[in-house]
Structures are given as structure tokens and as C-alpha cells.
Design a protein around this ligand. Structure first.
Ligand code: CO
Ligand code: CO
Length: 308
């Protein structure tokens, strides 16, 4: 597909009209439990295939681990978490590579496929489309609170539940409903990834801050200043081309820019399909999808964040 539009996975055309999708992602632990970390890292890696409307086929492990400093069982548990998540996605992990390293790291290389007419990119959002998000926000804030040992049990559980959830159902439904455009919300946060979609599609977007849903406890932690460095950098970056309502507090702006791990899909869907998508999605998912705003004609700014 080329490198211009910051899409989620590499796309390679095969002979039979099918497209091959390829993506890789790995990172350092964001929760204390190695088995859950493995699940989160795998769900996150698979997400870029789903974001393009694709189906994963198989994966490879990438792992780094301090062999001499931490019990080897920990690595086994990380890999078990990844293997179980891959099984849930219906794919095998067929190999991989690990190295000795000071800090543990884990993720997957994922190969997937998609029919050409089902490929969903971040380049085709149209004015009038409804913007839908399939997971709540705030995992960056909660992960920072976990690192500092101040996250509540309730927040940790809610963040883990969000991060281990596969975007497979969201992908399947967005293809069924003919989504115009999609991407997954990860390190650049909602506003960063939405701005990429707008830039690539030649449109702007209006987000209603009141409609954004956050994981339990994220607002309170953000008000206490528990903000990841990546989230602050995201806000600095998007501020250049974002119009925030004056009544949005600094904390609220940061929350909209929060760097996510294994976040939901952001989907631009024709207005007449949005309600049906949301009700069908929510009828079969522990996490609820919700609309956050709409795509508008290209304007002075890429993003308009409203707060009524
Ligand atoms: Co992505
Ligand atoms: Co990625």
C-alpha cells in the first residue's frame, strides 16, 4: 500500500486476488502478571490485522528476557498467554525468536489475509460518516498508575479486560456493515490515530468529548497528574491541528490523547449503518461500542473537539 498513509499493516498483493497482510509489534510489560502480559501483547499485535478488515493466518513470537535475572517460568507464562490468545483468534504460533535482554519484551509477527474488496484502510473516511469506537479509553493512564503501585483493583481489572479483548468481532462487523475506513487505537491515542485517518482521507472530524468513555478510575488518576510521557507528547503533537473547545480542561485534553495499548477499533461508518452496527456489536461483546462524533469536510483544522 506504500508508506504515505501510516496504515496499520503492510499489504502485499498475491496472484489470486487476495491480499497478504503483515504486521509486527512488541513492548515491555505493562501489568505485573506475566500470563496476562502475554495475552495483552498478543491481542495488541493481532489488532493491526483486524484494523484492516483482515483475518490472521499464523504468527511468530518475538521475545526478550533476562535469562539470568528472572525465573524462567515467567517467560513460559508470557509465551503461554500469547499462545492462548492466538488460539482464541483461531491461529497457530508457528515459531519465533528470543534473546537475552535486561528488560522483558514480547509481541508477535502476524501474517493475515483479506479479500481485496473487504480491505479497510484509514484513507476513505467520508464527510457525514459516524465515528465509532469499540473499546473505552484510558489504558495508558491506568498502566502508569500500575507502575507507580497506585491503581485500584477495579481499574486494573477493567484495563486488563479491555486490553485482552480481541478486535476480531469489531473487524468482522465493520466488514459486514461496509465501513469506509478504520484503524486501531494504540500509541498515538484516539486523537493521534483519528488525525492520521483524517489526513489520509482528506477530511476533518468533530468529536464530542461527552461521548468518550473511559475506564473506571482513569479520570481521577489523570486529575492527580498520573499521565504517561507518551500521552503528553501525543497532546503536544495534535494540538498543532486540533481545535479544542475552550471549556475542555487540560486533563480532559490529555485524556483524549492518552496513549493506548491494545485499544479498540476506530471506525468511520455511513450514518445509516451506525446504529445497527452498535446494537449488533453490543449484543455479543463484553465491551460496548459507542459513537464519538462524525467526519466533516476538510476544514482549517483536522480535529474539532467539542464539549457541550
Ligand atoms: Co495500528
Ligand atoms: Co501496530
Amino acid at each position: 500500500m506504500g508508506f504515505n498513509d501510516a496504515d496499520d499493516a503492510a499489504v502485499v498483493r498475491l496472484d489470486d486476488g487476495k491480499l497478504l497482510l503483515q504486521t509486527v509489534d512488541f513492548f515491555t510489560p505493562i501489568v505485573d502478571d506475566p500470563y496476562l502480559f502475554g495475552q495483552i501483547a498478543a491481542a495488541n499485535s493481532l489488532s493491526d490485522i483486524y484494523a484492516m478488515g483482515g483475518k490472521p493466518l499464523f504468527a511468530l513470537n518475538i521475545a526478550a528476557f533476562p535469562i539470568n535475572d528472572l525465573p524462567k517460568e515467567m517467560l513460559t507464562e508470557i509465551l503461554q498467554g500469547g499462545a492462548d490468545k492466538a488460539r482464541e483468534a483461531g491461529i497457530p504460533i508457528v515459531g519465533g525468536h528470543s534473546i537475552d535482554d535486561r528488560e522483558p519484551k514480547y509481541g508477535l509477527v502476524v501474517t493475515g489475509e483479506v479479500e481485496e474488496d473487504q480491505l479497510v484502510t484509514n484513507t476513505k473516511a467520508r464527510p457525514g460518516d459516524v465515528l465509532i469506537l469499540t473499546k473505552p479509553l484510558g489504558t495508558g493512564i491506568i498502566a502508569t498508575a500500575i507502575k507507580r503501585g497506585i491503581a485500584s483493583e477495579e481499574s486494573i481489572n477493567a484495563a486488563v479486560k479491555t486490553m485482552v479483548t480481541l478486535n476480531d468481532w469489531a473487524a468482522k462487523l465493520m466488514v459486514k456493515y461496509g465501513a469506509h475506513s478504520a484503524t486501531d487505537i494504540t500509541g498515538f491515542g484516539l486523537l493521534g490515530h483519528l488525525s492520521e485517518m483524517c489526513r489520509a482521507s482528506g477530511v476533518s472530524a468533530e468529536v464530542d468529548f461527552n461521548k468518550l468513555q473511559f475506564i473506571t478510575g482513569a479520570h481521577k488518576l489523570a486529575e492527580e497528574g498520573i499521565i504517561p510521557g507518551g500521552t503528553k507528547r501525543n497532546l503536544d503533537y495534535v494540538s498543532e491541528f486540533t481545535d479544542f473547545s475552550e471549556n475542555l480542561t487540560d486533563t480532559q485534553r490529555l485524556m483524549g490523547a492518552d496513549a493506548q495499548t491494545s485499544g479498540g477499533l476506530l471506525i468511520a461508518l455511513g450514518q445509516n449503518k451506525a446504529d445497527d452496527f452498535i446494537s449488533e456489536y453490543n449484543s455479543n461483546s463484553k465491551l460496548k461500542a459507542f459513537s464519538i462524533g462524525r467526519v466533516i469536510n476538510q476544514n482549517d483544522r483536522l480535529l474539532y473537539i467539542r464539549h457541550i
